[in-house]
Design a binder for this molecule. Structure first.
Ligand code: FAD
Length: 463
């Protein structure tokens, strides 16, 4: 029996490793259990980081073959070296996961290698050794949701994990699911030459995003060559000699038809990953959607056992998991850790990007909140014209009476970076006028944010 820890975190994804670092900073003796060969969780190994590496590389390829010529740069004979692109992606992942290993060492956090199982409150088994601890934090993340009739083999029928590893550009890729993961990976393979069809059950893509933004994104992606079959459900996927035959039906019922594909990407969402944790034996309660039930201080119903990140309620996003990790470590140290769920941004890293924070127009209408809208298109922004990236707009929603910002939605170049200003503004309870009266450097894309804020009061200057 080893010396007890103050905190044992199970899972070294962005929720777990960040929680471990913050707890160590606050003077606690910390261990992090990880069964994968490398640290960083889904995000660094098979999620955010490799997908962004491939999005960047495929964007470079598409740019070299297309819009670069508009700049007077003629790159004739541009060719794809997919093996090199994939090797670069692996290097990016490797540098990031090693970075997390360094951070754990720097903060004197023990990496307990293997699968962690809760034996009892205060006791975690890892590879046959039981470690004692005051607090247990479950941060075991998520995996992709299966679909009946669609058997994943990670070769021809892949989840995002296999979809990031393809060693050949598929002729025909069918993406099941019009959420951000499907659209990002669909974009990657489309840019590299695949014919991509997105099949979505609902009658719209990116269902949690503002409807107007979602419609604009679909139009732009369609112009890039992605095909959409909305309101359509997949009922079966049969592997054939030369690919996969999908059976689809209208979501509301109707005649079945078939779609042939070389590769099918199943991306209908993710669910908490709780296998082997010993939760039932420990008596940890789940909510009605199979997530670990927690109170606002991340405590489960079992004293001493906490949970954060993708295993609990809320958006399944790396930065949400990180915020919870920090807040929980501070709570365990007797401080007032807190996460403001009203100001968690969401970004889709297609090109143009889509970024959003706060409430959508649909949310406000459903809540009966009176609001003003300010919109500004990138076509009227000087920097966007210079970049040759004028698609999209900034849309701000502000309370009709108080002018307080309630939501911000951007589709356009670098939207994921631009949203940070509006997240900060909302954290400070800013009004649209506060943003409108803030000086923004010229010429920058961020001037479109200022102009949208001016437009809330009907006084945009450059349109
Ligand atoms: C393709 C893809 C792209 C994504 N892109 C983005 C993005 O751009 N931005 C964004 O914010 N989010 C993105 N996400 C989501 C993001 O990856 C997750 O929200 C985030 O990783 C959740 O962090 P976590 O710490 O809760 O869990 P995870 O990152 O899933 O980490 C959990 C870790 O726990 C380990 N584990 C599980 N059980 C045990 C056990 N019993 N013992 C030991 N270890 C265990 C797992 O091996 C894993 O390493 C993406 C996801 C995917 C799949």
């Amino acid at each position: 029996m080893s010396d007890p820890f103050d905190v044992i975190v199970i899972g070294a994804g962005p929720g777990g490793y960040v929680c471990a670092i913050r707890a160590a900073q606050l003077g606690m003796k910390v261990a992090c259990v990880e069964k994968r060969a490398t640290l960083g969780g889904t995000c660094l190994n098979v999620g955010c980081i490799p997908s962004k590496a491939l999005l960047q590389s495929s964007e470079e390829f598409a740019h070299a073959r297309g819009a670069l010529a508009d700049h007077g740069v003629l790159a004739d004979g541009v060719r794809l070296d997919l093996a090199r692109m994939q090797a670069r992606k692996s290097d990016v992942v490797s540098a990031n996961v090693k970075g997390v290993e360094f951070l754990l060492r720097k903060n004197n956090i023990s990496w307990l290698k293997g699968a962690g199982r809760i034996v009892a409150p205060g006791k975690v088994d890892v590879a046959g050794t039981v470690y004692n601890t005051k607090h247990i934090v479950i941060a075991s993340g998520s995996d992709s949701i299966p679909l009946p009739g669609v058997a994943v083999d990670e070769q021809r029928i892949v989840t995002s994990t296999g979809g990031l590893e393809l060693n050949k550009v598929p002729g025909r890729l069918v993406v099941i699911g019009g959420g951000y993961i499907g659209l990002e990976l669909g974009s990657v393979w489309r840019r590299l030459g695949a014919e991509v069809t997105v099949v979505e059950f609902l009658d719209r893509i990116v269902p949690t995003m503002d409807g107007e933004v979602a419609r604009t994104l679909q139009r732009i992606l369609a112009r890039q060559g992605l095909k959409f079959r909305l309101g359509t459900k997949v009922t079966a996927a049969n592997a054939t000699d030369d690919g996969v035959m999908l059976t689809v039906e209208p979501a509301k019922g109707g005649d079945a038809e078939h779609i042939a594909a070389d590769v099918v990407l199943l991306a209908i969402g993710r669910r908490p990953y709780l296998d082997g944790l010993g939760l039932a034996e420990a008596g940890v309660a789940l909510d009605d959607r199979g997530r670990i039930a927690t109170d606002p201080r991340f405590a489960t119903n079992v004293p001493g056992i906490h949970a954060i990140g993708d295993v609990i309620a809320g958006p399944m996003l790396a930065h949400k998991a990180e915020e919870e990790g920090v807040a929980l470590a501070e709570i365990l140290a007797g401080q007032a850790g807190h996460v403001n769920y009203a100001a968690i941004p969401g970004v889709v890293y297609t090109w143009p990007e889509v970024a959003s924070v706060g409430q959508t127009e649909e949310d406000l209408k459903a809540a009966g909140t009176a609001y003003n809208v300010g919109k500004f298109p990138f076509t009227a922004n000087g920097r966007a014209r210079a970049l040759g990236d004028t698609e999209g707009f900034v849309k701000l929603l502000a309370d009709k009476t108080t002018d307080r910002l309630l939501g911000a939605h951007i589709i356009g170049p670098d939207a994921g970076t631009l949203i940070a200003e509006l997240v900060t503004a909302m954290e400070f309870g800013a009004s649209a006028e506060d943003v409108a009266r803030t000086c923004h450097a010229h010429p920058t894309l961020s001037e479109a944010v200022k102009e949208a804020a001016l437009a809330v009061a009907g006084r945009a200057l450059h349109i």
